[in-house]
Write a protein of this length. Sequence first.
Length: 349
Amino acid sequence: MKVIVTGGAGFIGSALVRKLVTNSDYEILVIDSLTYASQLLSLEHALEETNLTFSKVDITNFDQVNEEISNFSPDFIFNLAAETHVDRSIDFPEPFIKTNIIGTFNLLQASLIYWSGISEEKKKDFRFLHVSTDEVFGDLDLESTPFTEESKYEPSSPYSASKASSDHLVRAWHRTYNLPVLLTNCSNNYGPFQLYEKLIPLIILKCLRGEKLPIYGSGSQIRDWLYVEDHAEALIRVITKGKIGESYNIGANCEKTNLDLVKEICKIMDEVILEKPKNIKSFLELIIHVDDRPGHDKRYAIDSSKIQDELGWYPSETFDSGLRKTISWFVENSDNIDYEANRIGLRSS
Ligand code: NAD
């Protein structure tokens, strides 16, 4: 099986690639333009394997994408290349429109050209899996039931609106041209190699430096958390077993308010870090509240019963076990993190 992973140097893409390379049946090509969000170090060991190659490609460039797809002849394409940080999308929406919408369009068009020209046998195996987010559904009241695959699209931020647009394009390429696509909408991920700008690594790393832990507004916003390796496993399950044209919600049924989440991190950090910075007794002392993000969604929650019932996927980590693994990883690797450049493994000193 020949597999392309776009965005394979990013947080979730690299977790997927690290899993795929362990199976010698897969020959993998990562295409990634290496934006600020990428971390090639996350593929350091995987790149030693003979079944993985890397190509620096920007998905906003149709010619590059078309050439890579036709030269490599993939059976599967996982599309994870995206601009992903909500705060950045509020300040600078343009790259979100270009990568998430135009980039997805380029991948669909190039895939369609490639797929239309291959043998009937290879055509039957081909799958294009578009990885999306629960944020396309907007937000939920406390009383509402979690998002299902039938929930209405009501994106709130430039990020989620650009992801929603790309989801519509993917469905249209199936409906109009029969391209064999699948979609997944996942809840918030956490785990090793996540960038410092996202909530969980930010809090862990600020604890290690004894810095204040900023929480937007009251911290009552609710997010549903999934360990990144469970997500990677779900993506493989969907591309190999999922029904063409369908979408699958992926989540671990793990809703937490931001404030409770930060408190849980502090409590584990209190156990793990015996010599605390700046003479504090508990990391809980560092929590502060800051102005809320504009348009901040109140609650996301995912109903993942479809992927569980139809494809037999279940998360293998509990929130506590996943969080402990994540904290251990960041504590072990904190010396390699360049805080200024928001990068892992590229510290200049
Ligand atoms: P990330 O920001 O960590 O990584 C994105 C990767 O895409 C980077 O390696 C970057 O270099 C690459 N990229 C960006 N623009 C590109 C372009 N124009 N051409 C080629 N490569 C480009 O993102 P992530 O957190 O790993 O998310 C991956 C996917 O999963 C995204 O589609 C995101 O919407 C979705 N998702 C993420 C989460 C989450 O919690 N992180 C939750 C649900 C869904």
